[in-house]
Ligand binder design. Sequence first.
Ligand SMILES: Nc1ncnc2c1ncn2[C@@H]1O[C@H](COP(=O)(O)OP(=O)(O)OP(=O)(O)O)[C@@H](O)[C@H]1O
Ligand SMILES: [Mg+2]
Length: 243
Amino acid sequence: MPDPVLQVSDVTAGYVPDLPILHGVSLTAERGRITLIIGPNGAGKSTLIKAIAGLIPVSAGRLTLDGQDVTHIRPDQLAAYGIAYVPQTDNIFRSLTIRQNLDLALRRAGGDAAARRNQLLTQFPALADKQHDRAGTLSGGQRQFLAIAMALARAPRLILMDEPSAGLSPKATAEVLEHARKLTADGVSILLVEQNVSQAMKLADHCYILAEGRNQVDGPAAELIGNKVVGEIYLGGRRMGAA
Ligand SMILES: Nc1ncnc2c1ncn2[C@@H]1O[C@H](COP(=O)(O)OP(=O)(O)OP(=O)(O)O)[C@@H](O)[C@H]1O
Ligand SMILES: [Mg+2]
């Protein structure tokens, strides 16, 4: 049975007034699922994530989280609503240690922050081993794990992830995406933007294709992978098949 966490209904948004980038975009993220957004460069994928995160104004349409209106949420209210955002770039503080990064993310978590930090370090052993090192010394994959750990600090119900595999090796990409899958087993919902289409499609439950700020096609990821027309037009044709 469908169990939507986030509903995006007919959203128009952009960076400057009267110049929309998103033109009436709609999507639903189901609970405990990975909902994937793909599309060409400049399609508006990051813009959509930023609109959900309250970083840019929504000029028309509506966002609801478990039925509650969150259309005009401010970024500083996100965590209180149970939404975490992992930006496409600059998602950790390189000059701080791993532990300091986590403590920053935990500073408004309430409860026993030290206990929560230890839980997160247990979940990410590679980070635990290096917790006193500066985050800038981590590998690309480990940096993404730190960004994800920071997103998990306040036990979100929905995580917005914008291209977590950008710049990573195929192996690190697989590790990061598999970790995203593990999180859904705990009931966390993930809205994932990815350029590594073939890897992400195998992992995702449902997939939306955006282009030019508009919905193009959507459907169960397993069905879209096998759809020849979708493959040719939106997924890079042979590259998709060869992967
Ligand atoms: N800060 C900004 N100010 C004004 N326009 C922007 C800004 N950021 C992005 N845009 C424009 O919005 C459009 C959509 O960009 P967006 O970053 O959402 O695309 P994307 O689908 O995430 O692409 P990519 O795959 O390259 O990350 C582009 O035309 C881009 O030039
Ligand atoms: Mg982007």
